[in-house]
Design a protein around this ligand. Structure first.
Ligand code: NAD
Length: 484
């Protein structure tokens, strides 16, 4: 497959290059080889992208919702038709197994375009009757130019989850992918043009954090939506606040999975595997603190150990492989250091922990047992395949400890006790809670974090509120009465 794109950026309907920008080498995590070379956006490129988005916005917003929705739904169809090629590219970009990318990336992006495309024609304001026949009507209006900034774990999905609601509401977007995984967003931009989006409606510029920062600081920008880590979120939120821009922040987590003695063991083990090892652990909502009630702990660890025998690590393009490398050497080093810390701080390593002697940024799926709340591995987001198993005695204790974190992205409970499941879900301090599963994020449901894990929600009808604002129009039906 040709992994080198035609040019680094996509602006105003065209591939655009400026070789004066800093070189970005795109590395295939399975081999460590350079598979594409791009250039970071120069100030001229940033300006060109914002000018294109600004120039296209009024006409795009003036189209009817049905017309905008038609474009998005066509984009969804094209993405589904090309799912194989898009998934192969996503696997080159991220190292995630094709087994995952073929069902979770372009497909999830297509779902977003289809869902929001379907909503576009249904966006309306309200009629509010008042005294004496006066009334107010509200107009749901676009914000203007939105900036999207992505993380490297789900590059296609993140681009689509931001573009779909933004474009639906009549906004235009400049999207900056992560410098680690810059390829797929360019495909999304091409597909939108093919689907009939006017030039300038969705633009992609490449670059590191400084490019993101320069986008946020531009007065033409009305809204910033970031998917990234908490430290970056704090910087981006502060920069956006300086210009009073709207924000959506999808940030990191250290989510709990609470498994009670009465849980279905097989489902609980599956949930813990999905919530720790999918995408080699590089998922924001991962349930990396697995609280297991004492009565089921031994059975849980035994079954988990057996199921880990089914890991197939290898060439991520091979459809049988179910465990890929980390995205980069740097990310692997971070994870290796956490594993060392876990051992030093006294956690019991019960599986993995090693770096396989092979090419690629692999690290074994790792399980620590007897983890305590104060250990570094139980407090900080690792963003790698490291599961921490903690013991607990009763429900009140589990809930208190599950919530004892600055993060609040997701939480799940495994139990057959119906009332306990709902009590726990009500008590969890997290944006998304799961009962007897973990890590599903359908476009129909709101997704986002509490506490340090984020601001606002993506997906679902709620996302519309984060990409539009209401204008109030007061209509007087009577003569104006003034005091003098
Ligand atoms: P990161 O914070 O390092 O970078 C995210 C993006 O922000 C990149 O595109 C980066 O170039 C850009 N950036 C960095 N500094 C910036 C600045 N000062 N101004 C503007 N942009 C800047 O995150 P990452 O390492 O790419 O991704 C991993 C993190 O993302 C994890 O913490 C993970 O939990 C989080 N994440 C969250 C969600 C979610 O939906 N909540 C989803 C995926 C990933």
């Amino acid at each position: 497959m040709q992994t080198q794109p035609k040019a680094s950026h996509f602006i105003d309907g065209q591939h655009v290059e400026d070789t004066a920008g800093e070189v970005i080498d795109v590395i295939y995590p399975y081999t460590g080889e350079v598979i594409a070379t791009l250039h970071s956006a120069t100030p001229a490129i940033v300006d060109m992208a914002l000018a294109a988005a600004k120039g296209a916005q009024a006409a795009w917003a003036a189209m009817t919702g049905v017309e905008r929705g038609r474009v998005l739904r066509r984009a969804a169809d094209i993405m589904r038709e090309r799912n194989h090629d898009l998934s192969v590219l996503e696997t080159y970009d991220t190292g995630k197994p094709y087994q995952e990318t073929s069902v979770a990336d372009a497909t999830s992006g297509a779902d977003a375009f289809e869902y929001f495309g379907g909503l576009a024609g249904a966006l309306t304001g309200e009629h509010i009757p008042l005294a004496g026949g006066d009334f107010v009507y509200t107009r749901r209006e676009a914000l203007g130019v939105c900036v999207g900034i992505g993380a490297w774990n789900y590059p296609t999905q993140i681009a689509c989850w931001k573009a779909a609601p933004a474009l639906t509401c009549g906004n235009t977007m400049v999207f900056k992918p992560s410098e680690t995984t810059p390829l797929s967003a360019l495909k999304v931009a091409e597909i939108l043009i093919e689907a009939g989006a006017p030039k300038g409606v969705f633009n992609v510029v490449q670059g590191l954090g400084a490019v993101g920062a320069s986008l946020i600081g531009d007065p033409r920008v009305a809204k910033v939506s970031l998917t990234g880590s908490v430290p970056t979120g704090k910087k981006v939120y502060a920069a956006a606040a300086a210009g009073l821009r709207h924000v959506t922040m999808e940030l990191g987590g250290k989510s709990p999975i609470v498994i009670f003695d009465d849980a279905d063991l097989e489902c609980a083990v599956s949930g813990a595997i999905l919530g720790n090892f999918y995408s080699s652990g590089q998922v924001c909502s991962n349930g990396t603190r697995v609280f297991v009630q004492k009565g089921i702990k031994d059975a849980f660890l035994k079954r988990l150990g057996e199921r880990l025998q089914n890991v197939i690590m290898g060439d991520p393009q091979d459809p049988d492989v179910n465990f890929g490398p980390m995205v980069s050497a740097a990310q692997r080093k971070i994870v290796q250091d956490y594993i060392k810390k876990g051992v030093v701080e006294g956690a019991r390593l019960v599986a993995g922990g090693q770096t396989p002697d092979r090419d690629g940024f692999f690290i074994e799926p790792t399980v620590f047992a007897d983890v305590t709340d104060d250990m570094t591995i139980a407090r900080e987001e690792i963003f790698g395949p490291v599961m921490c198993v903690l013991d607990f005695e009763d429900e009140a204790e589990a809930l208190k400890r599950a919530n004892a974190t600055e993060f609040g992205l997701a939480a799940s409970v495994f139990t057959k006790d119906l009332t306990r499941a709902h009590r726990m879900s009500a008590g969890f301090e997290a944006g998304t809670c799961y009962i007897n599963t973990h890590n599903l994020a359908p476009v129909e449901a709101p997704f986002g974090g509490s506490k340090l894990s984020g601001v606002g929600r993506e997906n679902s009808k709620l996302a519309i509120n984060h990409y539009s604002e209401m204008k109030t129009v007061y209509v007087a039906m009577n003569d104006v009465e003034a005091p003098f």
